[in-house]
Design a protein around this ligand. Structure first.
Ligand code: SAH
Length: 246
């Protein structure tokens, strides 16, 4: 997957994109990421990238010229065979979730535009952007952290990025439920013991325990998720029991 990030602060991405699983994905050429500094494309000699909002009000707005020109440079460098999605990170965007990450992971190329200050001139959104995405109902200082969140969530779903052992199929949200709890060595840590079933070697029992825990945790912490999850008759019964025990 090709990822291009238009930002005023490319240095913010260095560590995140150059560490751990994302770095490995880049080394395996599964991910080709580049950050482009919007400021490099300003056509004024002071390299100014923002201005006062028309109509007044607080804060500064990122001007359209360097955004349009840096975007054009990226498009030209990609060539005509590539049909990217252009994402503007914005609190006004569609709330991001695992389903959205799965859909984006199927794309060949994503271009992110990161706003800063009050955001970017609306014309850049109207003419360049295909998707506006929010990472939650709160306002951050810039789109850089949100873009990193989306890149991270999407990149780990690209086939080959996670190893077999790191597989995401059992993780929270994949099946619609939150994940079961994890334990590792030692078996007895200062008197706190690992649930016995996990050391029984009986895989059927372990699977049942994990699914039950998943149901319990989801019921307790995120009951809203249960509405969109396919459950077996036995699982529906478990949920009913949990409700009755309240
Ligand atoms: N004035 C805007 C907020 C600007 S915050 C408003 O009220 O809607 C500055 C930049 O940070 C935005 O342009 C956007 O790129 C980014 N940003 C802030 N919060 C975000 C969020 N929850 N999700 C995605 N991007 C966000």
């Amino acid at each position: 997957m090709i990822v291009r990030v238009l930002t005023l602060f490319p240095e913010m991405f260095k560590n995140t994109l150059g560490t751990s699983i994302l770095q490995r994905a880049r080394e395996k050429a599964l991910l080709d990421i580049e950050c482009i500094n919007i400021r490099d494309y300003t056509d004024n000699k002071h390299k100014k990238v923002d201005d006062y909002p028309y109509g007044g009000g607080a804060g500064m707005v990122m001007t359209p010229q360097p955004i349009f020109d840096s975007y054009k440079a990226v498009i030209n460098s990609l060539g005509s065979a590539i049909n990217p999605k252009t994402i503007y990170m914005s609190p006004k965007g569609k709330p991001f979730n695992q389903q959205a990450a799965e859909a984006l992971a199927k794309e060949d190329c994503l271009i992110f535009i990161c706003g800063h200050y009050e955001g970017i001139d609306q014309r850049a959104i109207d003419y360049l952007v295909t998707d506006e995405i929010s990472i939650g109902d709160y306002v951050l200082t810039g789109g850089e952290i949100p873009a990193m969140v989306v890149i991270d969530a999407v990149a780990r779903l690209i086939p080959g990025v996670l190893s077999q052992e790191e597989s995401y199929q059992e993780e929270s949200f994949y099946s619609g439920l939150l994940e079961y709890p994890h334990y590792t060595r030692p078996r007895d840590f200062r008197g706190m013991e690992v649930p016995e079933v996990l050391t029984s070697g009986d895989h059927k029992k372990i699977d049942n325990w994990r699914r039950r825990k998943s149901l319990e945790i989801t019921f307790k912490k995120r009951p809203d998720l249960l509405k969109n999850t396919k459950l077996t008759a036995k699982e529906v019964k478990i949920i009913q029991e949990l409700k009755d025990s309240l």
